[in-house]
Design a protein around this ligand. Structure first.
Ligand SMILES: C[S@@+](CC[C@H](N)C(=O)[O-])C[C@H]1O[C@@H](n2cnc3c(N)ncnc32)[C@H](O)[C@@H]1O
Length: 252
């Protein structure tokens, strides 16, 4: 692998930042740039910066954890990854797509709100996805919905993209409704967002769909990554099967 032509400098902080406040300096030798960790567009534009920060330095392991859980659930049910037609929602630069491809999924389609994410996949992981769309599922029109429906998805995977002003609950439910009955649903979310003090709307959303629309097969709390200050950040991963579409008109 080629050496990076920049250095990533972590700030020396005497206090813990919220996850969406974290930032680093990218030092290109002749200039430095401050980048917020949640400014994914800026990060994807710099080759291998996302991998360097989140995977090398902060030891994020979520794509592997969620894909392993999904593989385990498939095996238990006598199903094969080879039969999966997966919608990877909030796909970013393809870390999850890469894991799914290794597991031999039949079809993998990525969707992300950022064109920078699609450009990064084309640049760094060409061929990982069968198709990839820069699209906003919170307000997708009939044409976009039809485009996605044609894939007849039987699995949805969303990794590290719910909460924190990333994917809103409504967009997640639109993606959920693109998956056929008995399709597989796999996602993770910060533990706090499923707790009583949640203000993202996900606690109610996940509890709501877990009654009639979705049966949970596995739920696991695990270390998603370290914070910049070295604190362990815990997420909850959930894998299950869809029962039926969510009636969006009943969602408050
Ligand atoms: C932390 S990254 C995770 C990327 C990838 N799933 C992974 O695990 O490496 C979060 C991604 O969610 C995407 N995202 C945020 N809001 C979104 C939305 N409303 N619709 C689709 N993607 C969104 C961001 O653009 C970003 O690529």
């Amino acid at each position: 692998m080629q050496d990076l032509n920049y250095e990533v400098i972590f700030p020396a902080l005497d206090h813990q930042l919220e996850q969406d406040e974290e930032w680093i300096i990218v030092d290109f030798g002749n200039r430095q740039r401050k980048v917020r960790l949640h400014d994914y567009g800026a990060i994807y534009r710099i080759p291998r910066l996302y991998e360097e920060i989140f995977y090398e330095r902060l030891q994020c392991n979520s794509p592997e954890v969620i894909c392993d859980m999904l593989s385990g659930a498939l095996e238990k049910s006598g199903c094969s990854a080879r039969d999966l037609r997966v919608l990877d929602f909030g796909a970013g630069n393809g870390m999850v797509g890469e894991q799914l491809r290794e597991r031999g999924c039949d079809l993998i389609v990525g969707v992300d709100i950022l064109t920078e994410a699609k450009d990064a996949v084309d640049r760094d992981r060409p061929g990982i996805y069968d198709d990839y769309y820069a699209m906003d599922l919170s307000q997708f029109d009939g044409e976009e919905a039809e485009k996605l429906k044609q894939y007849d998805f039987n699995a949805l995977i969303t990794v590290a993209a719910l909460g924190f002003n990333d994917i809103p609950p409504g967009a997640f439910l639109n993606a959920f409704n693109l998956i056929g009955g008995e399709g597989w649903i796999a996602f993770n979310i910060k533990d706090r967002f499923l707790a009583n003090k949640d203000d993202t709307g996900y606690k109610d959303t996940i509890e709501g769909i877990s009654k009639d629309n979705f049966s949970v097969h596995q739920r696991r709390r695990y270390r998603h990554r370290f914070s910049l200050g070295g604190k362990e950040l815990y997420y909850i991963a959930i894998v299950g099967k869809k029962i039926r579409d969510v009636n969006l008109s009943e969602i408050p």
